[in-house]
Design a protein around this ligand. Structure first.
Ligand code: ADP
Length: 631
């Protein structure tokens, strides 16, 4: 089957290989880059979205807890002003006797217990503590001069004193609310309530809330995380630090700044703060980010800040980023696989189409060829018929030729046959005449002996004529012959000419595939020729040598005659070629013998031995390759 080469012609290497190579080289890095890019976008979007939803939720939390702080603080706002109504207080301020002091001390102690504040005390206009709820304690404020306190200075001026500070007596932090006590429009003293707000911190801790309250100086006064307490959320100048140190508001605490690693303002009051790892605020090994939401607390200059850790959100965003990257990788993989499959299908379809086209072409050609073949088949049939006819004619002609050859051979031999027959005939004539005479004389013994001799002579003559008859008879290409018998028959036929010839027999009595008569014909020809060639030889010798070779039996008929000259060798097997003078040779013997041998699948060849003479080699197919017993 021949295919159209155009259908399967590959693209030129420069076109086919390059884009594939480029794709193989650049596609993996491109996919990885896109994975990273999309993963980052996924992370970023997820983080932003998460921050937004966290900040909405945080806003509610912020509001809730800020209100709680406000209500906690405002709960005590009225308390210092309440002392204005208490006559014992005004009496003490007007007349500070020990009795009055004790009365007020007891009153303040009771009030403090009921209001669950930390301490309540009353100061005169100079800032000295006149009476206090903790008068029993060893670190009582009684008699202390607290005029340096900012809340006192505000209250003495008639303004509400609000102050968060650390007590100078016992170093305890607290929220101080001061009120100037008026009598007849004149400030006669200051009432102060100290409140502890740590309960709120505990509440935050219990609620696992990260929050802090920073005061007007930006110092964290309340924090769910004790480590953040008394840290500054804004940068403090040296001057401010010194001023604050002097006021002893924060006792002797160093007031370090709460320094975030990164600060990103997301909206009004909303920031993203990142604190470095290993800072005193972060126990983790990695940086930690918070969403910081701040709101001012009403009635105070303070701010409430809610911190929402972003670790979970970040982890979630990283997961989302990875998910996006993996989803993209999967999609890319699916796309590549789909594309490859599409290409394979396209190639298959193209190949199928090409195959179909090739098939169609093939079928067209087959149809054309079939027509041609049919025509040539018809022609061939005609030729075969003609050949058969020619073969028939040839065979017929060959048979005729063989027959003619035989007849010719008989003609040639007629002289010697006549001679052969004449001798016994003459002997018969003499013997029969003699016998008659012996019978007349009554010599029966001699007559009987003569008759026996006559019989023998007749037998011999019969044998000669029988050989001639069988030689002249038509044979066929099939049949079997015994080589020994064939040789004997031929020798018998040529017996008259063999008298002086020394015969060497070295062959086996094998069965060969040839008609017996034809074998004899061939042998008569070959031996006859040999005898002719040895006519001038004083010691003629004839060798008949046989051997099995390749399923055939070769019989070499060799003589020590005159041999064959170079010119004669060229025409040896040509019909009617003869070197024999006059009527002696017809030139048909070798031609016929060769054609008879060939007709059975055998062969007749000639050799020219260096020692002289000629050897004809007759090769005939064996009936059974196993040789018979030697003769
Ligand atoms: P014919 O015997 O009638 O001449 P052949 O075909 O038998 O025809 O032989 C052709 C010729 O081949 C002979 O005339 C002879 O010259 C030569 N030839 C055949 N056999 C021998 C032989 N054994 N030795 C020498 N010459 C031979």
């Amino acid at each position: 089957m021949k295919c159209d080469p155009n259908l399967y012609r590959a693209a030129p290497p420069s076109l086919a290989v390059k884009p594939r190579l480029v794709r193989q080289l650049f596609l993996p890095p491109l996919i990885i880059a896109l994975m990273i890019g999309l993963g980052y976008i996924g992370f970023w979007v997820s983080e932003r979205y998460g921050i937004r939803s966290l900040s909405e939720n945080g806003q509610r939390q912020l509001e809730l807890h800020a209100r709680a702080v406000e209500s906690e603080i405002s709960k005590y706002t009225y308390l210092p002003s309440l002392l204005e109504l208490e006559t014992s207080v005004s009496q003490l301020l007007a007349d500070p006797t020990p009795e009055h002091r004790q009365t007020v001390n007891d009153y303040l102690e009771g009030l403090n217990r009921r209001s669950r504040s930390r301490a309540i005390y009353v100061m005169d206009t100079t800032g000295r503590v006149m009476a206090t709820s903790n008068w029993r304690d060893f670190d009582s404020y009684l008699g202390e001069d607290l005029s340096f306190r900012a809340y006192f200075q505000s209250a003495i001026r008639g303004q509400p004193g609000r102050f968060y500070g650390i007590g100078s007596t016992n170093g305890e932090p607290g929220y101080y609310l001061a009120h100037g006590l008026e009598e007849h429009g004149k400030i006669i003293g200051v009432a102060v309530v100290k409140v502890r707000l740590e309960a709120m911190e505990e509440r935050w801790q219990r609620a696992r809330l990260e929050a802090f309250v920073s005061d007007e100086n930006g110092i964290i006064i309340l924090s769910s995380d004790p480590a953040r307490r008394l840290k500054s959320v804004v940068p403090l100048s040296d001057e401010t630090k010194e001023k604050l140190a002097r006021s002893l508001q924060y006792y002797w605490f160093p007031l370090n700044e709460l320094q975030p690693l990164a600060r990103e303002t997301l909206s009004e009051g909303v920031e993203k703060l990142t604190f470095p790892a290993n800072s005193e605020l972060v126990s983790d090994d990695e940086n930690i980010s918070y969403l910081s939401q701040t709101r001012p607390l009403s009635d105070t200059p303070w701010n409430f800040t809610l911190l929402t850790p972003l670790q979970d959100l970040r982890r979630e965003a990283i997961n989302q980023g990875i998910l996006v990257a993996v989803a993209f990788a999967l999609l890319a993989f699916l796309l590549i696989a789909w594309n490859e499959r599409r290409k394979v299908i396209a190639t298959r379809l193209a190949a199928r189409e090409a195959l179909q086209e090739a098939n169609n072409q093939l079928e067209r050609r087959i149809t054309e060829r079939t027509v041609d073949l049919r025509a040539s088949n018809e022609r061939l049939k005609g030729q075969i018929r003609e050949r058969r006819h020619a073969e028939e004619t040839l065979r017929h002609a060959q048979d005729e030729l063989v027959q003619a050859g035989k007849l010719a051979a008989i003609g040639q031999m007629s002289t010697s046959i006549a001679h052969e027959l004449n001798q016994p005939l003459a002997a018969l004539r003499t013997l029969s005449g003699n016998t008659v005479r012996f019978l007349e004389r009554g010599q029966l013994d001699v007559a009987s002996t003569n008759l026996k001799t006559i019989n023998e002579l007749i037998d011999r003559m019969g044998r000669i004529t029988a050989s001639l008859r069988s030689f002249a008879r038509r044979g066929d290409d099939k049949g079997q012959a015994c080589l020994g018998k064939g040789v004997d028959a031929a020798l018998q036929l040529l017996d008259g000419r063999m008298k002086h010839t020394h015969l060497h027999r070295h062959f086996e009595a094998v069965q060969v595939r040839i008609d017996q008569t034809r074998l004899e014909q061939i042998l008569v020809n070959l031996i006859g020729n040999a005898l002719d060639a040895m006519l001038a030889q004083p010691q003629p010798e004839l060798w008949l040598e046989g051997e099995e070779f390749d399923g055939k039996y070769r019989l070499r008929v060799r003589d020590n005659g005159h041999g064959i000259d170079a010119e004669t060798r060229k025409h040896l097997f040509e019909p009617f070629f003869t070197t024999k003078p006059g009527e002696q040779g017809l030139g048909l013997g070798l031609t016929l013998s060769a054609s008879l041998a060939a007709a059975t699948g055998g062969h007749l060849g000639v050799e020219h031995p260096a020692s002289g003479g000629t050897a004809f080699v007759l090769s005939l197919p064996l009936v059974s390759p196993t040789p018979a017993k030697p003769i």
